[in-house]
Write a protein that binds this ligand. Structure first.
Ligand code: NAP
Length: 280
């Protein structure tokens, strides 16, 4: 019987390419996202598309009712849906922070809780969480996002230890920058400036930086394609003994080491320069 994979955030970028690659590798793919229209390409490849907003309990219940009406088996869950709430911490309201965590953390936990009973019953399954190398360092102007990915590091470690007894393996995928809609979407998420707009100059500098950072033609960083990340996700699903973490690309390999070799203040200086907040 074909293996079954459920993917969140399959309407674009890494999730979309992963769904395609799983389908090409013979998996039965349940591809989910809020936008069904943007998953027509996946339907054409035989994927079953399901509307799912990971922040909405009713949508989660409905989506899994639909999925479990068609399969009793879940071999792989790829928790990929995510976005970045840009903004400097003083500008962010509790609602901004909550929504960031609703999508990237709480939504992921709820979706995971939906599949765990099936996996426990089958005494096998694999959960692949898409984190980021940004779960190991923080860029000014995006600390809400980084905090959500730091949280994922811990939740993934805890879950891995808890469900191994049921034959369920848990993996964390940690890419560096990837050329997707992720960054352009993040700029749409800036909060309103606060009184006097004290971060106005930095917002402009950060926006300018982001305009080039994941464009492989313009970036001064090594940038991954979503296909490269999808290939590692499919590999992590298939390997008999998966790694606990997959750091993908040069940035993901080198940044944590660089951070470990510097003092916090030295690393702060590097971040401010690399992300264009200060000249030099
Ligand atoms: P993307 O192209 O913007 O795709 C994000 C996906 O998440 C979309 O399919 C979107 O679909 C879905 N999504 C957003 N909010 C959702 C919600 N409330 N409920 C369900 N789905 C939702 O970005 P990407 O780069 O492929 O990002 C995928 C993952 O990779 C994210 O977790 C991101 O943090 C991580 N990542 C990205 C990079 C990068 O540089 N791009 C680097 C490291 C890690 P709908 O809008 O249709 O719902």
């Amino acid at each position: 019987m074909n293996k079954v994979v459920i993917i969140t955030g399959a309407s674009s970028g890494i999730g979309n390419e992963s769904a395609k690659l799983f389908a090409q590798n013979g998996y039965r793919v349940f591809a989910t996202a809020r936008s069904l229209d943007r998953m027509k390409d996946l339907e054409a490849l035989g994927c079953i598309t399901v509307r799912l907003d990971v922040t909405d309990e009713a949508s989660i219940q409905q989506a899994f009712q639909q999925i479990f009406a068609q399969t009793d088996q879940v071999d792989v869950l790829v928790n990929n849906a995510g976005f970045s709430q840009n903004g400097f911490l003083e500008e962010l309201t509790p609602q901004h922070l909550r929504y960031q965590f609703d999508v990237n953390v709480f939504g992921l936990v709820r979706v995971t809780q939906m599949v765990l009973p099936k996996m426990r019953q089958a005494r096998r399954g694999r959960i692949i969480n898409v984190g980021s190398v940004g779960g190991e360092f923080t860029t000014p102007g995006a600390s809400a996002y980084h905090a959500s990915k730091y949280a994922l590091e811990s939740l993934t470690d805890g879950l891995r230890q808890e469900v191994n007894q049921f034959g369920i393996q848990v993996v964390l995928i940690k890419p560096g920058g990837v050329e997707t809609e992720f960054v352009s979407n993040s700029t749409a998420f800036y909060p309103e400036p606060i009184d006097g707009n004290p971060y106005g100059d930095w917002r402009q500098r950060f926006t300018n930086m982001l305009a080039t950072v994941v464009d492989s033609q313009k970036s001064s960083f090594p940038i991954l394609t979503p296909v490269e990340v999808a290939e590692v996700i499919v590999q992590a699903a298939a390997e008999p003994e998966p790694q606990t973490r997959y750091r993908i690309g040069e940035t993901a390999q080198t940044m944590p080491q660089l951070k470990g070799s510097m003092s916090d203040k030295e690393f702060d200086g590097l971040m401010l320069k690399q992300f264009g907040f200060i000249d030099g």
